[in-house]
Design a protein around this ligand. Sequence first.
Ligand code: SIN
Length: 350
Amino acid sequence: MIKKIIAAAGLYLWFGISAGAWAEKPQVVILATGGTIAGAGESAVGARYAAAKLPIDKLLSAVPQIHQLAQVSGEQVAQIASQAMTSEIWLKLARRVDKQLRRKEVAGVVITHGTDTLEETAYFLQLVIGSDKPVVLVGSMRPPTSLSADGNINLYNAVAVAASEAARGRGVMVVMNDEIHAAHSVTKSHTTALNTFVSRGKGPLGHVEYGSINFYQPPQPQRLSPFDIRKLESLPVVDIVYGYANASPRPVEALVVAGSQGIVHAGVGNGNLFPAVEQALIEARRKQVVIVRSARVGSGHVLRNAEVDDDKHDFVVADDLSPQKARILLMLALTQSQQSSQIQEWFYRL
Ligand code: SIN
């Protein structure tokens, strides 16, 4: 009898402590969208695999250690390879993130994502989510079936960052390969390497090793977004035209005919344009298409009115945004304004 009472008391104590410890942990919601982190391959040493195969509960059960960091729950928002990402999924995802962050008890959100367009989704969310709680995108370069797969440790580190008080007020972040990057500057820089994500110019925000976080700078005051997506069903059509020697004006001409509302040109050097393409873009602007000059070189700022007379042609420059991120800002900008001067101000500020 005495043994039974001691056992019952022990059990109560264990559950009591566990429940207490559980209640004290921050809540983190994981929204899954697919990618290699949820992929599966035929062989542990072969390059052939398919992305977006495992559902969220399988991803979570593969990393039981995340429950030591936070009270974690998961939700499947999409199940795609990220090369198939669409504006519609971005809008749906942004609404899910917003809904979760509005819950007082939620400390932060993690989004599992393919790495190919991860930086685009991160920047889209950066522009539309108005919360100082952490939003962390994470992926992997190797599928879970691979030898030395990187997904589990990346997910563990992402949850640690999302649960951390120190991560508040830092906008949307990307956690990969032990580094924490800001959505604005992060980019994929190598087709297959584990250390593919870099923030050229600015460097990473910090690093995270086995859940231990170190930010290099204090949080910056958050830049408020002027874009409200609550009533949007779709985004304006904006396309990218790549610049090169002896370039053809035909892609620009065809896009105007097809109804593009904006064109981002990925120019050479400081966003420079082959003369026939410049002429086609001037014509496009006359037809109310908004033109953004960006650069294909991968780092640096595009300077206004350097070799191209942006004022005269009513062009916008992308500042330090890559062509793919300039496209996202232009899509959102066009939901509010057609004016180059207003759009330029957003490119300098956001
Ligand atoms: C994808 O982006 O979905 C495929 C590649 C990856 O996740 O690394």
